[in-house]
Design a protein around this ligand. Sequence first.
Ligand code: NAD
Ligand code: GDD
Length: 321
Amino acid sequence: MKKALVCGAGGFIGGHLVNRLKEEGYWVRGVDLKSNEYGNNNADEFVIGDLRDINIVSEVVSDDLDEVYQLAADMGGAGFVFTGHNDSDIMHNSALCNLNVLEEVKKKRIKKIFYSSSACMYPEYNQMDPNNPKCSEDSAYPAAPDSEYGWEKLFSERLYLTYNRNHGIDVKIARFHNIFGPMGTWDGGREKAPAALCRKVAEAPDGGAIEVWGDGKQTRSFLIVDECVEGVRRLMDSDFIGPVNIGSEEMISINDFAKMIVDISGKKLTIVNIEGPTGVAGRNSDNRLIREKLGWAPNMSLREGTEKTYKWILEQIENKQ
Ligand code: NAD
Ligand code: GDD
C-alpha cells in the first residue's frame, strides 16, 4: 500500500485529493492548521499542525512516505490576494511551508513531491487584453506577476526545481487555473468568483440585483475540482516534471459567468458592476502542453461544474438558516 502525505489537507483541493488517494487505495496522512470546515476529512491520520514550524514538518514527513503533495498556502480569491493587505502573510507563510517541507523531504529521502503553483505567476503584460490572454507555460519569463501571491509561487516553483537538480528529488509542478466546486470556500472573504457569485445569486430575492466587481468584461476560465485532482494524479504518475497548466480552456467574461449562474438559479436578477479588486484583465488556460505530455486535458463544461457548485452552495445557505 502506497503512503502519501497531503499538506493543506484541511483545505478545498487538499480535501478532495485525500478522497481521490483513498479511492486509489493509498494510506494518507493529512496535515493542516485546521480540519476541513465542510467535514471533508477522510485522511487515515490527520495532524493539526503549522508547517512553518520545522518540528511539525519533521514529524509529518516520515521516512516511510512514497509521495508528498504540498498544497498548503495562504490562499484566496481576488478579495484576498489582490488588495495588497495580506501580502506579507502570503509571502512569509507560503514560502516557509515550501522551504520546510522540501528540506525535510530531502533529509528523509522521499522520492516524489507535488507542488501546486498558480496561473497567478504569469506576467501581467500578457494578460491585458481580456479576449486574448497568453498563458502558455513558456511565457512565464521575463517574469512580471501582478500580485505578491504570484511572485511567491514563481519563487517556489524555482525552489522545487533546485531540489530536483541538486538532490534528484522527483518534483512535479502544476499551475492551477481558478479551481472551483463543492466544498470550496464560499464566504468569509477568501472565496473566488465562482463561489462568491453563486452565493450572491442564491441569496438574492427574485427580481433583485447582484453586485459584480469590475466592469464584468474581465475574462477567466474555471476548472471543476474533480478534474484538477485527476490532472494532479496523472502528472504525479507521469515522467514529466512540469510546470504544466491544470485548468480549463473555456474562457468566459465575468458578467457572462454571472448571467450563467442567474440562469441556473431560475431567478430574474440584474447585474450591477461595482468597483472591486479585479486582478488581470484576461486569463485562460493553455492546454497544449498537458495534452502533449499527459495525453489528457480536462473537458467538463463550465455549465455542468457550475450547476453542481450552485446546488451545493444553495444547500449551505439553507442549512445555515
Ligand atoms: P485552501 O485555502 O482551501 O487550502 C490551503 C490550505 O493550506 C488551508 O486549509 C490552510 O489552512 C492550509 N495552510 C496554510 N498555511 C498553513 C500552514 N502554515 N501549515 C499548515 N497548513 C497551512 O486553498 P485551495 O484552493 O485548496 O488551494 C490549494 C493549493 O492550490 C494552494 O497552494 C493554492 O495556492 C493553490 N492554487 C489554488 C487555486 C484555486 O483556484 N483554488 C488556484 C491556483 C493555485
Ligand atoms: N472573488 C470574487 N468575488 N471575484 C469577483 C466578484 C466577487 O464577488 N465579482 C467579480 N469578481 C471578479 C474579480 O474581480 C476577478 O476579476 C474575477 O472575478 C476572478 O476573481 P477570483 O475568482 O476571486 O480570482 P482570480 O481568477 O483573479 O484569481 C484566482 O485564481 C488564481 C488561479 O487562476 C485566485 O484564487 C488566485 O489566488 C489563484 O491563484
